[in-house]
Design a protein around this ligand. Structure first.
Ligand SMILES: Cc1cc2nc3c(=O)[nH]c(=O)nc-3n(C[C@H](O)[C@H](O)[C@H](O)COP(=O)(O)OP(=O)(O)OC[C@H]3O[C@@H](n4cnc5c(N)ncnc54)[C@H](O)[C@@H]3O)c2cc1C
Length: 441
């Protein structure tokens, strides 16, 4: 089909670019308002960074998001009842391995108390300015220093703490209660998108927003015309130049997107039949680390024989750049060392994600650079009162999560609908009070 041909006939009220959590939420919002939309997705599937596959292991494997944070408040869970998916609570707490044994009660208390101290120091620093989390950390974390740095940095934000804004970290809403979905988080999202028509394999290559009215989105399969648009692609996608904006995207938005660049976070999946590590279902484990070459583990995922080893931050980025073999070798050796066992003989199938190489996201999730928390607000601003950005990066407190992406998609679609008179303006929602933020780390 030639570029000038219409991919979707006529003009729609809202063009939605991207069919991840934000795009799906936006589409549902437009459907609820009874308005016309077109949803275009560059890849061959929906879900974006929240996608489940079952082909590799015959059981669900969430390639991206897996943890359903704060299920009682999570906007995706609120919708999930209607599609009948089974959600169960994650076991509370975590295990810490110290060499070849588990941390004793007193050691766990010490670790958790040190972690609380680190959180407090970051919150305190954030009240005064926007320095990096690394600068804000107390200097006397002693033997837990590397573990705390890993847990708060790579494991929570996908970046090392010197690259993370203390204000962004401090404003992130509580994430300490979690749940899992039996069919996978991505499969649950896909159920919520079942009735939404999506044009797959239709990447936006040019977005024209300077017209007298409306927006044009070009794809290799044709053009879509709309009165407004909601753009949900990742910040790294926005700054990559893969989508041309005419006129150019204002510097303000480009700067904001680059200050909210994506961190690195990947799963290394190991199929370990016979439970050689004698762990429980969905046990979360970290080690008392002495370097940044460390990982987090979710064992026996959902009662299966799958073990999810997560690598992230600078080390995770370097490792994933070396490819699948190096990632699996690291995971087997690292985990084997912690348990004093040779896992190379125990492991069956393996799989890894390499989100930095994923052409449709170019990374894992956003964390604001030091001094840049306000960039999230900029991402929420409209262009010409007809283009809105949405996605996890465009959420001030739930950034880096599926719930945040979902809320941002709903918000952007609501604004787009209001701009064309399809919705009456409603009173602003009251912000959720800030509680002490704790993470699953
Ligand atoms: C490994 C990993 C683990 C994570 N763990 C968790 C977790 O446990 N819990 C949690 O809540 N969150 C987690 N997250 C974060 C969560 O997955 C994301 O915050 C969320 O899925 C982002 O949704 P989104 O809609 O903003 O973006 P995306 O999901 O990236 O959606 C954007 C869509 O746009 C499409 N697109 C890109 N370019 C174009 C184009 N040019 N034209 C058309 N379409 C295009 C993409 O293909 C994609 O489908 C994790 C992420 C990763 C990578």
């Amino acid at each position: 089909m030639a570029q000038s041909q219409a991919l979707v006939p006529g003009e729609v009220d809202v063009i939605i670019v991207g069919a991840g959590a934000a795009g799906i939420a936006a589409a549902r919002r437009v459907i609820a308002a009874g308005r016309k939309f077109a949803m275009i997705e560059g890849s061959d599937h929906i879900g974006g960074r929240c996608v489940t596959e079952t082909k590799t292991f015959g059981v669900p494997f969430d390639r991206g998001a897996h943890w359903i944070h704060m299920p009682d408040l999570n906007p995706v869970v609120k919708q999930a009842g209607a599609v009948g998916v089974d959600i169960y609570s994650a076991p509370p707490g975590q295990k810490v391995r110290i060499g070849r044994r588990y941390a004793r009660e007193g050691e766990m208390e010490d670790y958790l108390a040190t972690q609380v101290r680190a959180h407090r120091a970051i919150d305190e620093a954030a009240r005064k300015g926007d320095i990096s989390c690394a600068q804000a950390l107390p200097k006397d974390l002693g033997e837990w220093q590397k573990t705390i740095e890993f847990a708060l940095g790579p494991l929570s934000c996908g970046k090392d703490l010197n690259e993370v804004s203390a204000l962004d970290f401090s404003r992130s809403r509580e994430r300490d209660i979690d749940a899992f979905c039996r069919i996978g988080y991505g499969a649950m999202l896909a159920k919520l998108a079942e009735k939404i028509p999506v044009q797959l394999n239709a990447p936006a290559t040019r977005i024209g927003w300077g017209l007298r009215t409306g927006v044009d989105v070009e794809t290799p399969r044709g053009t879509v015309s709309g009165r407004t648009a909601v753009i949900t692609v990742s910040t790294n996608m926005l700054t990559s130049g893969k989508i041309r904006f005419t006129p150019d995207l204002p510097r303000r938005q480009l700067d904001a997107a680059s200050k909210l660049s994506l961190g690195s976070y990947d799963h290394i999946m190991l199929e370990l039949p016979g439970n050689p590590l004698a762990l429980q279902r969905d046990d979360l484990l970290v080690e008392k680390a002495d370097s940044n070459k460390t990982a987090g583990v979710l064992a026996n995922v959902g009662g299966s024989t799958l073990c999810m080893v997560d690598v992230a931050g600078r080390f995770g980025r370097e490792l994933s750049a070396q490819g699948e073999k190096a990632m699996v070798t690291f995971a087997l050796e690292w985990l084997g060392n912690l348990y004093g066992t040779n896992l190379k003989n125990a492991v069956r199938r393996t799989a890894v994600t390499r989100w930095n190489e994923d052409p449709w996201s170019l990374g894992a999730f956003s964390a604001a650079a030091p001094g840049s928390q306000s960039a999230r607000r900029t991402m929420i601003e409209a262009l010409n009162n007809r283009v809105w950005f949405a996605g996890e990066a465009a959420h001030e407190t739930l950034w880096g999560t599926v719930g945040g992406a979902w809320e941002s998609g709903e918000r952007a679609a609501t604004e787009a609908l209001k701009s064309i008179g399809a919705l009456k303006p409603v009173a602003e929602e009251k912000p959720v009070p800030q509680q002490q933020r704790k993470r699953r780390s």
